[in-house]
Design a binder for this molecule. Structure first.
Ligand code: NAD
Ligand code: AHE
Ligand code: ZN
Length: 374
């Protein structure tokens, strides 16, 4: 490679739970098969907060978080063919190599060629491209979008149309695609269905959009923060439940008011007790519950096996089952054609220097999505 190291600003997290520090970070040139991207904007997803909070068994520090970004390719390494300088891209935390057992299976979006190094906070060659104060800084989810520049494998970027506003469609790099895709690709919600969506943050709201597109008849939104109901209603949610105000467990309540249970449910929180409720509120014989939320290290799900014996199905979904390189451009088109909401998810905007405020607002339950602008 011929490129030079760039020194730029990035939000470095030196230790779990400690505030981010805006540092001058050295970002090495992309090596073979890699690209360096100038990030213009990045959303803040609950998963960033989860790992920052020390809840992720794969968490590694010091690190640069962020996985919901949008940017422009600044330089490319040797042998890169699918991306060129100037391309507008969305980083992918689930890459698409198109060749591995997973990519060719036709059954999953979980491309696994670089999963091991990515989980260790490193590029596929086993090294990091980030340094600060002489120390190695780790990558996060293979994306590290809370930096003015980041380096990614070429299989980990989706090239999108140049007329799409990066400061908005960056949200398609995680939350929106995840909820929407879980409904349409993973669960395959059917017309006329009754659906329960647990958690009405960005992922839950996006699931509601998927349910509306699938022509679900009843879309029941569940959240303990009633401030989340208004937007959910605008998005197409037809009924609301605050489980803290019920006199019985939410699953029993749902079974009672839906003539035996819902056809589909989605857990968009990351709470294993809610995951159980989401499974148990499903209709006997056919109800399908899809887990999207990410639960803390050490937590496990449980239910009576009888729940499954009697025909309920437990599923899970990552990035909405979307194969990023080939399918994300089409999702961007849907937004550009006004058949998928994105702008409505954005409740807050921050400059990179104020990133700690964005996390504070997330923890207070005030945001749907904050955008960090570079
Ligand atoms: P968020 O914080 O914006 O939304 C979570 C919502 O759940 C909030 O509205 C909160 O009030 C509500 N909630 C919390 N506890 C609750 C309870 N006990 N009962 C009902 N509602 C409750 O988060 P988000 O960014 O929308 O992400 C949601 C979850 O999805 C997180 O766990 C995140 O890590 C995960 N996630 C997974 C994927 C994936 O690919 N599987 C992708 C993105 C996010
Ligand atoms: N590292 C965690 C799991 C984290 C996790 O499940 N990540 C989701 C994406 S969350 C996006 O906001 C995912 O895609 N997982 C698939 C994968 O291969 O990581 C743990 O528990 O170890
Ligand atoms: Zn995310």
């Amino acid at each position: 490679t011929t490129g030079k190291t760039i020194t730029c600003k990035a939000a470095v997290c030196w230790e779990a739970k400690k505030p981010f520090v805006i540092e001058d970070v050295e970002v090495e040139a992309p090596k073979a098969g890699e690209v360096r991207v100038k990030i213009l904007a990045s959303g803040v997803c609950h998963t960033d907060a989860y790992t920052h909070g020390g809840l992720d068994p794969e968490g590694i520090f010091p690190v640069i978080f962020g996985h919901e970004g949008g940017g422009i390719v600044e330089s490319v390494g040797e042998g890169v063919t699918s991306v060129k300088v100037g391309d507008h891209v969305i980083p992918l935390y689930i890459p698409e190599c198109g060749k591995c057992k997973f990519c060719t299976s036709g059954k999953t979006n979980l491309c696994s060629v670089i999963r091991i190094s990515q989980g260790k906070g490193l590029m596929p060659d086993g090294t990091s491209r980030f340094k600060c104060k002489g120390q190695t800084i780790y990558h996060f989810m293979g994306t590290s979008t809370f930096s003015e520049y980041t380096v990614l494998p070429e299989i980990s970027v989706a090239v999108i149309r140049q007329d799409a506003p990066l400061e908005k469609v960056c949200l398609l790099g995680c939350g929106i695609t995840t909820g929407y895709g879980a409904v349409l690709n993973t669960a395959k919600v059917e017309e006329g269905s009754t659906v329960a969506v647990f958690g009405l943050g960005a992922v839950g709201l996006a699931a509601i959009l998927g349910c509306v597109e699938a022509k679900a008849k009843r879309i029941i939104g569940i959240d303990i923060n009633e401030d989340k109901f208004e937007k959910a209603k605008e998005f197409g949610c037809t009924e609301f439940i605050n489980p803290t105000k019920l006199e019985k467990p939410v699953q029993q309540y749902l079974v009672d008011v839906t003539d035996g249970g819902v056809d589909f449910s989605f857990e968009c929180i990351g709470n294993v007790d809610v995951m159980r409720a989401a499974l148990e509120c499903c209709h006997k014989g056919w109800g399908v519950s899809t887990i999207i939320g990410v639960a803390p290290a050490g937590k496990e799900i449980s239910t009576r096996p009888f729940q499954l014996v009697t025909g309920r199905v437990w599923k899970g979904s990552a990035f909405g089952g979307c194969k990023g390189k080939s399918q994300l451009p089409g999702i961007v088109d849907k937004y550009m054609n006004k058949s998928l909401k994105v702008d409505e998810f954005i409740t807050h905007q921050f400059e990179l220097k104020d990133i700690n405020e964005a996390f504070h607002a997330l923890h207070e339950g005030k945001t749907i999505r904050s955008i960090i602008n570079f």
